[in-house]
Ligand binder design. Structure first.
Ligand code: GLC
Length: 718
């Protein structure tokens, strides 16, 4: 495809319009308001619309086909448009929120989920998804932790690769493959005070050590697009940050794909106080390396003028247009501008038994058993089961950012349990509403009465899906007060109670942890919530999720994460009093549940952890091996975690870092040996001079079932 020839035939206005992205509603002929409504909003012309190169949020194949058809009739250059969408954790069949998927520690499962959602999205006319979101997160107050896979750079990198591979497959021309867009570049997950869109300020070393690896992994996996973040990095908005978008992304990493802004982010640099107006924003964003402008008109209003003034180079504009054309070509849009968009197929491939099975499996593997005093698994011969709580009989447990997923298409916990227990009376009481400030206690007595008169209780409480996600930060991490009152009364009425915790973020649940006999954290589990819950609660599926993000003991500990520095005055432990050390007078240092933590219905014993050598050189390898035995009565899966600690460095080093994990399945009584390889590259880090190097010295190798439960051995790098 001779892109340069195509570009040479485009006018300057058409090239600029090609990089403008506005929503599909701007193209729909039925929106009579084309000239008075949306276009008026942004003061863009019908000519801009005719020459547009991409759009977002069309949301169905019928619309895509109609818009594409009109566009090809009206665009002088007959260049097909790209259709983009936020397919974050499923398109129509919704799997758990990515924070839940992170707890599966299962790259193959993540790839399978992405592949499935790409198929449903492709037949609905989507060519590009604004996923994976790989922002590393340490602060549960931030609402978008639900979109991330967690607090660890190694795990985030592994799963970023899996998402990209699942969406893009081996060949973008493939019918059911869509292009991925990694976001939000960079460190959007570290806003001060956990408040969305707030300032991010950190050293380049920290940025490189923890926050950049996930994006880099996605790009190494072939991700086709990058979306800069809304926030500033060291006082410069990512959207206009030349160091980030050009020096790092293009020159250092060699990324040659498309850079698309976040929604209105060009113009929002005015609010940041980084730009004086639209024209300044267009110049700074485009010259920094941001190419497609999403949902703001700075570029179409001023890029031509800036080029005429010599402030923006037309050559750079042509390169940006070429990258967009190349992506269309890689997707096969020039051969077939509609790809597999098809209204009949759109319905046929959505929510199939196969897809529901994948979603159910993902919901099972993402669930984390936080506590179990023996109440679980429940007995199947129950005469009467009470299902209580505001999340029992609602599909809103599919979670936020659920694209075209519909609450009413989800299997609710109540429905799932009723289907699973045909010979049991499964009774329901809502008990209370889900709102944070809900104070209507009128349903509590009925719920308590039901609990009293039932053999067992499943209590479904937690956080409503719109209390997390974009723009939804919280200053408090409690389960809403009325739901805690419901929990106190129900558990007192019937100790044979298991809690299903629904949440888009780690919550501070010390009291619930004290009073609940069992807590199964299902995050926001998606379309198959009820089916997965029934299998987990009754033991047909054995919980195996491990936390990919720390659950704090209290919101005051946040940000809290496992791979922290030791400080000069570490608190030895949380037993007894310790003075003049890094501590709280009113709270332990330890979280409630640590990174990597998760229980099973069986137990696993680790033994015989050994290293093939205690000395590593630049070109040797050490094999770390450990035996893991299922010492319980039922089969189960265990994620064996492998951590390293660099004991002394030219800058301080974390107390531990995940460097490997292996999820194994063991029958009752079965034992397996798990091996990890240690080599010198694994020990490299960003030093104070911003060099990525290892340093000779002493190290600890650790293996275990959770970051706070490991066995240690030492070795040297010489
Ligand atoms: C939103 C989000 C981004 C999303 C984009 C398009 O504001 O920040 O994650 O992809 O707009 O919907």
């Amino acid at each position: 495809m001779d892109f340069k020839k195509i570009i040479s035939q485009m006018t300057l206005e058409e090239k600029v319009s090609h990089l403008m992205q506005v929503g599909a509603r701007f193209f729909k002929k039925d929106a009579g308001s084309l000239n008075t409504g949306p276009l008026e909003e942004l003061k863009i012309s019908p000519e801009n619309i005719k020459a547009a190169g991409t759009t977002l949020s069309c949301a169905n194949s019928e619309g895509m086909i109609a818009i594409q058809k009109t566009h090809l009739e009206e665009d002088r250059n007959k260049l097909p448009m790209l259709f983009m969408q936020d397919v974050i954790h499923g398109y129509r069949t919704i799997f758990p929120i990515p924070l839940g998927l992170g707890c599966s520690f299962d790259s193959e499962l993540v790839r399978e989920c992405a592949k499935m959602s790409a198929k449903e999205a492709a037949v609905a006319g989507v060519n590009v998804t604004f996923s994976p979101m790989v922002d590393l997160v340490r602060d549960a107050r931030w609402g978008r932790v639900m979109e991330s896979t967690g607090e660890d750079p190694y795990l985030n990198s592994e799963l970023a690769r899996a998402f990209v591979q699942g969406y893009q497959g081996d060949d973008l021309k493939g019918d059911y493959n869509i292009a991925a867009c990694v976001k939000h570049f960079a460190a959007y997950g570290a806003p001060e005070a956990g408040r969305d869109y707030n300032t991010v300020d950190m050293t380049e070393r920290t940025l490189r050590e923890y926050y950049l690896p996930g994006y880099h992994a996605a790009i190494e996996a072939g991700c086709k697009m990058v979306m800069p973040a809304f926030n500033t990095i060291n006082s410069v908005p990512c959207t206009g940050n030349k160091w980030l978008l050009d020096d790092v992304l293009r020159k250092e990493w060699g990324f040659d794909g498309v850079v698309i802004s976040d929604y209105d982010a060009w113009f929002e640099m005015v609010a940041h106080g980084f730009c004086s107006g639209e024209k300044d924003a267009a110049e700074k964003a485009f010259n920094a390396g941001c190419e497609i402008e999403m949902m703001s008109p700075c570029g179409v209003h001023y890029l031509a003028e800036l080029i005429a003034e010599g402030k923006v180079s037309e050559e750079k504009l042509d390169l940006a247009v070429e990258r967009v054309l190349r992506l269309k070509d890689e997707l096969g849009m020039f051969e077939n501008p509609y790809k597999v968009a098809d209204p009949v197929n759109e319905e046929k491939v959505a929510l199939t038994a196969e897809h529901r099975a994948i979603a159910r499996k993902a919901a099972e593997e993402s669930s984390v058993l936080l506590k179990n005093n023996g109440v679980l698994p429940l007995k199947k011969d129950l005469k009467k089961l009470a299902v209580i709580g505001p999340f029992s009989d609602t599909g809103n447990v599919i979670g936020n950012w659920s694209c075209m997923g519909r609450d009413e298409e989800a299997t609710t916990f109540l429905a799932g349990l009723r289907a699973y227990l045909p010979n049991t009376e499964v009774a329901y009481a809502k008990g209370c509403g889900h709102a944070i400030f809900e104070n209507d206690e009128s349903g509590l007595d009925e719920a308590v009465e039901l609990a009293k008169n039932s053999d067992a209780v499943v209590l479904c409480i937690g956080e409503f899906k719109f209390y997390s996600g974009e723009g939804n930060s919280r200053a408090d991490l409690s389960v809403p007060a009325i739901q805690m009152e419901l929990a106190r009364r129900v558990i007192k009425a019937n100790p044979n109670t298991a809690v299903i915790l629904i949440t888009g973020r780690p919550l501070a649940i010390v009291e619930l942890n004290n009073i609940a006999p069992a807590i199964l954290n299902m995050w926001q589990p998606g379309t198959e919530a009820g089916t997965a819950a029934a299998r987990l609660l009754f033991g047909d599926a054995n919980p195996c999720g491990k936390l990919s993000m720390t659950f704090p003991y209290a919101v005051g500990q946040v940000p809290i994460y496992y791979n922290h520095y030791n400080t000069g005055r570490p608190k030895p432990n949380d037993e007894g009093e310790h003075y003049y050390c890094s501590r709280y007078v009113d709270c332990p240092n330890a979280p409630l549940y640590a990174f990597g933590y998760g229980l099973s219905y069986t137990t696993f014993e680790y033994s015989d952890f050994k290293l093939s050598s205690d000395t590593l050189t630049a070109d040797s390898k050490i094999t770390a091996s450990v035996k893991v035995k299922n010492t319980g009565a039922v089969a189960g899966k265990e994620t064996v975690q492998f951590y390293i600690r660099d004991l002394v460095g030219s800058c301080v080093r974390p107390v531990m870092e995940l460097k490997g994990f292996e999820k194994i399945e063991l029958a009752a009584g079965e034992e397996k040996t798990v091996e990890f390889t240690i080599d010198e590259p694994m020990l490299r880090f960003w030093n104070a001079e911003i060099e990525f190097k290892s340093e000779a010295g002493d190290f600890e190798a650790m293996v275990g079932t959770s970051s706070d439960k490991v066995t240690k051995l030492t070795f040297k790098l010489v």
